[in-house]
Design a protein around this ligand. Structure first.
Ligand code: ADP
Length: 356
């Protein structure tokens, strides 16, 4: 409640029913609440064309809630792959190619692949710094290859009840079986499958064992593309990464200048830019920004452009983002990883050796 009030008190509000909001944000973490507030403010701006200031009311909140999905609520769910394809992802061209070869070919040319003596379709592990597009890639790969998507956030599969976590893993593979051809995606995989032998409760050890059993179920996995993502591949149990399991490990690099330009162009497709906007300059000045950081930067500039517009005439179609607004937003935005954090991740990736 305090967090909700903290964020919403930054704006004018009208008759907000905090008890209702509290109920509807059950399970939200701080970032979710901030996200929710930003979206509600955005809704208020859209609605407030005749008002002097944007006023957030319960309706804005309801609309914003529909667009905010708590990390904690994204449990085991079937997702429609979403509307994003590989064209909506900047950089990462090698990763996209490997994903197509691994996921699309075995489905498309199944008669050739089924004659092969080996199961050619093993699992894939995406690793890289947070915000580099790993989750985005999972959805886009499913869409691109016309596969269903089953997406699981690592921590939510773990249960404190004895046996329930292994059962959950079995159930998920079972569901995938019935949904095939599909992509079975495990996000934040390190929380689900860390090295065995370090867990006092034994829960994750048993989960890893169950994973190994499922991944080795060669027959039943045909048509199920297993994909996992993590920023800490070094914490995973190495047995999971051996041949026939998640044996293709692909690094999602932090974007370089060209990639950042590509990402900025893609993310700003629907934004209205002034003539002076020079994305090359922004790309050069955003070293250490991940794709997700670039997205927040554009979002801040967009909010600023809306605040600048004369409220009387607020019309989203005429709010323009200028270079000054972009540079101003940039001066107030830090990349989510500091240089030393980024270096630490890169050292981990440089020494990471798959299943060894
Ligand atoms: P990760 O799973 O690696 O932590 P996400 O896929 O969750 O990163 O990225 C968060 C958001 O950042 C995405 O939804 C997208 O809007 C943006 N983003 C990140 N990387 C890219 C990219 N390469 N191209 C376009 N957008 C990106």
């Amino acid at each position: 409640l305090l967090l909700l009030k903290y964020f919403f008190n930054q704006s004018d509000t009208n008759n907000l029913d905090y008890n209702e909001l509290l109920m509807k944000t059950d399970g939200f973490v701080v970032q979710d609440i901030k996200d929710f507030y930003d979206k509600a403010l955005f809704e208020a701006y859209k609605e407030g064309s005749s008002k002097k200031h944007p006023v957030i009311d319960q309706n804005c909140c309801e609309r914003a809630l529909k667009k905010t999905c708590s990390l904690a609520l994204q449990n085991v769910k079937f997702h429609s792959p979403g509307s994003k394809t590989f064209d909506d992802i900047g950089g990462l061209s090698d990763v996209k190619t490997i994903m197509i070869e691994s996921f699309l070919w075995p489905v498309k040319y199944s008669n050739i692949f089924s004659k092969a003596p080996l199961r050619l379709q093993s699992g894939l592990l995406l690793y890289g710094c947070p915000g580099t597009g790993k989750t985005l890639l999972a959805g886009a790969a499913a869409k691109q290859c016309n596969l269903r998507l089953i997406s699981i956030k690592g921590p939510e599969l773990l249960s404190k009840y004895i046996g329930a976590s292994e059962q959950a893993v079995r159930d998920v593979f079972d569901k995938a079986q019935r949904a095939k051809p599909c992509v079975l995606f495990f996000d934040e995989f390190d929380s689900l499958a860390p090295r065995r032998g370090h867990d006092n409760t034994g829960v994750t050890d048993r989960v890893v064992n169950q994973f190994l059993t499922q991944l080795d179920g060669v027959e039943s996995l045909t048509g199920v593309c297993v994909l996992a993502a993590t920023s800490r591949p070094d914490l995973l149990d190495p047995a999971l990464l051996r041949p026939g399991r998640l044996d293709k490990q692909i690094l999602c690099q932090m974007p370089d200048t060209n990639d950042r330009l590509d990402i900025l162009r893609i993310l700003s497709r629907k934004l209205d830019f002034g003539d002076d906007v020079n994305l090359e300059e922004i790309a050069e000045k955003t070293e250490d920004f991940s794709g997700a950081d670039l997205q927040s930067l554009l979002y801040s500039a967009q909010l600023a452009s809306m605040k600048l517009t004369d409220d009387q005439d607020l019309d989203l179609s005429i709010t323009q983002i200028t270079q000054t607004l972009l540079l101003d937003a940039l001066s107030k935005t830090r990349p989510s990883l500091t240089k030393s954090e980024r270096r630490k991740y890169e050292q981990i990736y440089a020494t990471f050796q798959g299943g060894n």
